[in-house]
Design a binder for this molecule. Structure first.
Ligand SMILES: *[C@@H]1O[C@H](CO)[C@@H](O)[C@H](O)[C@H]1NC(C)=O
Ligand SMILES: *[C@@H]1O[C@H](CO)[C@@H](O)[C@H](O)[C@H]1NC(C)=O
Ligand SMILES: *[C@@H]1O[C@H](CO)[C@@H](O)[C@H](O)[C@H]1NC(C)=O
Ligand SMILES: *[C@@H]1O[C@H](CO)[C@@H](O)[C@H](O)[C@H]1NC(C)=O
Ligand SMILES: *[C@@H]1O[C@H](CO)[C@@H](O)[C@H](O)[C@H]1NC(C)=O
Length: 406
């Protein structure tokens, strides 16, 4: 088990006796049946009594340590119910887990973050948001303006969450505090904070069992591969509490302002999102066969193919914003003959001061895409989407690919 006990923290896993042991300590489980249980329970009552008398009591020895007021709160009149409760999934997105070292793309990390936020919403707990997001190296911009300390520290490949998202706005739906905030720091220092460390325990159990409900902090060890693996119920529409577009609309104010300026300049426009980059890559499998994630993508995103495909949807002469990871500057020049083509580069005066990596750039571009009169995506994501390709977007495949690459 990768779950270690530390002072003042309970460690609970689904398949060990520790969970049971702690329930007895808190006196919350069904009446124990064996003699041993009875003895334990009686001993416990005596211990609790001593606890109230001395007010200096602490459990010592082999079992999980429970802080003094932790016991008091659960046995006495739960006078803390109105207090804030926290949910902690780790110091970084997908960490603990594989991605403590490696770094996922923005979509990957957002899937994971959304999953954690959804659980916080479900548990009615404040989510302890990792204060930074890691930025995969290939997504760093080469030419960078001067950075402020509190923004994106590219030398560390990390970007402050506050430089990506609007945490105040987010808190209106799911309360969040940053892991480097004073509030979280104080929780640590307080002697009476009850932490409970859980691993492999379902969210329903976390929500309904008293022992979990009462802990000030639930320290959750999420899936080791990626946090979003905890949200496998996403195909069940009625189980989804946070929409897919939640994080896309929680944009940090400077980025949102940049998107607004761009939209104002574009006025009446249509847009294309053209994913090529890593997605058109071909690599040699062990068998020697060439493999690619999307067999048709390269052909479907050729300029001639695009022109032909979008003709019925976007009349000639329209302003066309193209968000793309294609690195060749002149790749889309053929579209100039029919459209007034604009890309991020045309707005560098707006973007250069606020955008320091491609994650921020895409967060801005997503808002621009959403504002288009007609939007054509690379793949169909919803039934009524317009798309350049008829292939299905391989969400699971992408995840597997990302998770397995080491
Ligand atoms: C959370 O639990 C993990 C073990 O699962 C532990 O390593 C870590 O220190 C704990 N963090 C906090 C904040 O309690
Ligand atoms: C959610 O937690 C807050 C305290 O953080 C509490 O005031 C509120 O009543 C709780 N809501 C529900 C539905 O339990
Ligand atoms: C879908 O989610 C809802 C709400 O959580 C639940 O009641 C229902 O049983 C789930 N359906 C399936 C097929 O899992
Ligand atoms: C892509 O286009 C090339 C040239 O037109 C053609 O030879 C090839 O078969 C196409 N590939 C696919 C997967 O359609
Ligand atoms: C956008 O910038 C390119 C150069 O990067 C330029 O050729 C093009 O004319 C600009 N488009 C508009 C509509 O200004």
């Amino acid at each position: 088990m990768a779950c270690h006990r530390i002072t003042k923290r309970h460690c609970i896993t689904s398949n060990t006796g520790q969970s049971q042991a702690l329930e007895w300590v808190l006196g919350l489980s069904e009446a124990p049946t064996s003699k041993l249980h009875l003895v334990l329970c009686l001993t416990l009552l005596v211990l609790v009594a001593i606890c109230f008398i001395s007010l200096e009591f602490r459990f010592l020895g082999a079992g999980p340590r429970v802080s003094r007021s932790g016991i008091a709160n659960s046995v006495v009149q739960r006078r803390d119910v109105g207090e804030r409760r926290y949910l902690y999934w780790g110091p970084g997105i997908d960490c603990p887990g594989k991605y403590c070292v490696q770094c996922g793309g923005l979509g990957h990390q957002e899937s994971s973050l959304r999953c954690a936020l959804e659980e916080a919403l479900f548990l009615n707990r404040t989510f302890v948001l990792p204060s930074t997001m890691c930025i995969a190296k290939e997504h760093n911009n080469a030419k960078l303006p001067q950075l402020r300390e509190d923004q994106c520290r590219l030398e560390l490949n990390r970007c402050s969450m506050a430089a990506l998202y609007d945490l105040v706005l987010m808190s209106q739906t799911v309360p969040v505090i940053a892991s480097n905030s004073k509030e979280w720091h104080d929780i640590f220092l307080r002697k009476d904070t009850v932490f409970v460390q859980v691993e492999g325990i379902k969210r329903e159990e976390l929500k309904h069992k008293e022992m979990f409900r009462q802990a000030h902090v639930v320290n959750r060890t999420a899936n080791k591969q990626a946090w979003f693996m905890e949200c496998k119920n996403r195909h069940n529409q009625s189980a989804i509490m946070l929409s897919y577009s939640f994080l896309q609309t929680m944009v940090a104010p400077p980025l949102r302002a940049a998107a607004e300026l761009i939209k104002e300049e574009l006025k009446d426009y249509d847009a294309l999102h053209v994913r090529r980059g890593d997605k058109v890559k071909v690599h040699k499998a062990k068998s020697g066969a060439l493999r690619t994630m999307y067999a048709h993508l390269d052909n479907d995103t050729q300029p001639e193919a695009i022109l032909k495909r979008i003709k019925p949807w976007i009349p000639a002469g329209r302003t066309l914003y193209i968000a793309t990871d294609e690195r060749q500057v002149h790749y889309f020049d053929k579209l100039f003959s029919k459209y007034r083509v604009m890309k991020a580069k045309n707005f560098s005066s707006i973007l250069d001061t606020v955008v320091h990596n491609n994650y921020q750039l895409f967060i801005v571009e997503r808002l621009v895409l959403m504002g288009a009169k007609t939007l054509v995506n690379t793949w169909k994501e919803n039934a009524d989407d317009l798309s350049l390709s008829d292939e299905t977007k391989k969400k699971l495949h992408r995840w597997e690919h990302a998770v397995n690459s080491s």
